[in-house]
Design a protein around this ligand. Structure first.
Ligand code: N01
Length: 552
């Protein structure tokens, strides 16, 4: 093993010394910067992009839109930001969400704390000083007591290694790295690989412009209509009226996907279910479907009726029966891969310029300079779009070379799957926090509010440490094992592990199959109880090195 960053970097090579380094300037990172400053910490942010926004900076493909209603996909902690910002649509588009992130960063005066266009390459815990030494890809170094990884659960694009891809001479795009300038697909023959949430959104948009669109689909997805529309004054008023209840519901953290066992055996009659699904289909959005019945994601019989309902909608919408059949998901339950939310997705396949290629029948064999060959056909293309998703949840954390106590690396610690306590901390990696890390609700539900809660938990923890002169915090190994077992046990009580989803990491070759998000009820309540019980399961270090560090 080579010398660690902490051993290599001498004191005079430290460019910035501060209390906290925040990695990432998406919604989690921005709030972390604000909150750390608010509790009196000196803080620096590092961001790979030239601007704030995180995933909303990069995912600017046509049609990119959030599937959480915009009034809720906002910082819940700030009445000021709420008063000064007015969402225009039920579901905000990427551009509007990015503008909101910029607005928040400016309004809170956060930009001056952030070094943009800079990627954190590594971070090492220095046992002697009890501080982290952080190295960037620009060769600069920061020293800090705490590191907050706000690197996002969906930020490292996955580009599958399809034979010949490097030979393609046309334009290649990835939805998660879309160029800043608009792309003109007019008159072009475009191929797209991937039909997850990104594909489902971008396909109808490209279809409108391109001469020809060939969709290479490996697994059909369940998708429900967004029914996006402009927000009215009445919508804003009704949100304000319900605000207190909404904020209180966040506090109680009634998030869980796993219902109390008492409900799990009930199977509502098919016609009752069908009527409810029809109503939700007309209302639009995914949230209602996932909660339509308490055990929809637990009981296979309830779930199958919903799956049938969506398949019927696909048959009713798509005119060509063979295409409709190929678009109809089967063999895995409804809603346990992230449910897609679309605008005219299925209808797009009625366009004469759109063709669906079912890769289950004719897999891609190779990509050439100007074409894609499947097992049975040859498609000449001018442009290729990868809508192939992300190395989710752990990808961005493992992309940084992190080493903790005794030089142990996070990569090794997680070689059989991520291990955390509460999805916030990792045994052997003191004073390192993972916002929406694996083992927390992370990418399930409303990610902004998930981020907020983690930031607030960390702020409370750091305040506690300051008050009690504590130098380090890390989870006890046993507590971490027990938490991991609980996360897995909760997932196993549901249908989630029955689909090959990125929640399980199966989209990335070699990634251990581990269900990463926590989908139990009352996550916040559990976190609060642990704090109230004197930070049960955590170990604090009392040694020197806990003095505040003034930012240089
Ligand atoms: O990625 P995905 P995404 N050959 O992993 C296919 C959030 N998000 O970017 O299912 C052929 O879901 C793959 O096929 P398969 C949201 O949380 C939210 O679309 O593995 N195909 C799949 O069809 C979402 O879940 C919003 O068989 C290959 C697709 O690529 C998450 O981001 C919008 C392949 C990848 O789908 C990820 O969504 C967008 C190969 N070698 C994203 N490799 C909203 O808020 C992969 N695929 C609405």
């Amino acid at each position: 093993m080579g010398a660690s960053i902490a051993e290599r970097v001498s004191t005079n090579e430290i460019d910035v010394a501060c209390d906290v380094v925040v990695v990432g300037a998406g919604f989690g990172g921005l709030y972390a910067l604000h909150k750390m400053r608010e509790i009196g910490m000196s803080v620096r942010g590092i961001e790979a992009a030239p601007d704030v926004g995180g995933t909303w900076f990069w995912n600017r493909y046509p049609g990119a839109r959030c599937d959480v209603p915009s009034l809720f996909y906002s910082y819940s902690w700030s009445p000021e930001l709420r008063r000064e910002w007015r969402w225009t649509n039920r579901y905000a588009g990427q551009e509007e969400i990015l503008s909101y992130a910029r607005f928040a960063a400016d309004r809170l005066g956060l930009r001056k704390l952030i070094q943009f266009d800079t990627r954190v390459a590594g971070a090492t815990f220095d046992e002697t000083s009890k501080q982290w030494v952080v190295e960037t890809d620009r060769g600069s170094h920061l020293r800090a007591r705490f590191v907050i990884m706000a690197t996002g659960g969906l930020s490292v694009p996955n580009t599958p290694d399809i034979p010949g891809v490097a030979d393609f001479k046309g334009s290649i795009y990835h939805t998660a790295r879309w160029p800043q300038e608009p792309i003109d697909f007019a008159g072009k023959r475009v191929g797209i690989i991937g039909t997850g949430s990104s594909g489902v959104q971008v396909i109808p948009m490209i279809a409108k412009d391109a001469k020809q669109l060939v969709v290479f689909q490996r697994t059909p997805n369940f998708s429900v209509p967004a029914r996006n529309r402009p927000l009215t004054d009445a919508d804003h008023r009704s949100f304000e009226e319900g605000l207190e209840t909404y904020l209180a519901s966040l506090e109680q953290s009634d998030f869980g996907r796993v219902p109390p066992t008492a409900f799990t055996a009930d199977v509502p009659p098919r016609d009752v279910q069908w009527a409810r699904y029809e109503q939700l289909w007309q209302e639009g959005g995914s949230g209602g479907f996932l909660k339509a019945f308490p055990n929809i994601l637990v009981h296979p019989d309830v779930n199958e009726v919903c799956a049938d309902f969506v398949r019927q909608k696909i048959r009713e919408t798509v005119k060509d029966p063979k295409t409709a059949a190929a678009l109809s998901p089967s063999g895995y339950p409804f809603g346990v891969k992230r449910l897609c939310v679309d605008t005219d997705y299925f209808d797009t396949y009625n366009r004469p310029n759109v063709e669906l290629v079912n890769l289950r029948e004719e897999p891609i064999e190779k990509i050439m300079a100007d074409a894609v060959d499947t097992a049975s056909r040859h498609f000449e293309l001018d442009a290729l779009v990868f809508a192939t998703g992300f190395d989710a949840v752990t990808g961005a954390l493992l992309a940084v070379d992190i080493s903790g106590r005794n030089g142990a690396t996070l990569k090794d610690a997680w070689s059989e799957g991520p291990k955390t306590y509460l999805g916030l901390t990792v045994a052997g990696f003191p004073n390192l926090f993972t916002i929406t890390g694996p083992g927390s609700p992370s990418v399930i539900g409303n990610v902004i509010t998930n981020c907020e809660y983690h930031v607030e938990w960390i702020a409370e923890c750091l305040t506690h440490m300051r008050q009690h002169n504590l130098a380090t915090i890390e989870p006890d190994g046993e507590a971490q094992i027990a938490w991991g077992a609980h996360v897995a046990e909760v997932a196993d009580r549901t249908l989630f592990p029955k689909a090959n989803s990125w929640y399980l990491g199966v989209n990335i070759p070699g990634k251990p199959r581990v269900f990463m998000p926590y989908i139990g009820e009352g996550y916040r309540t559990t976190c609060k109880e642990i704090v109230a019980d004197d930070y049960r399961g955590f170990v604090f270090g009392k040694t020197a090195g806990h003095e505040r560090v003034a930012a240089e």
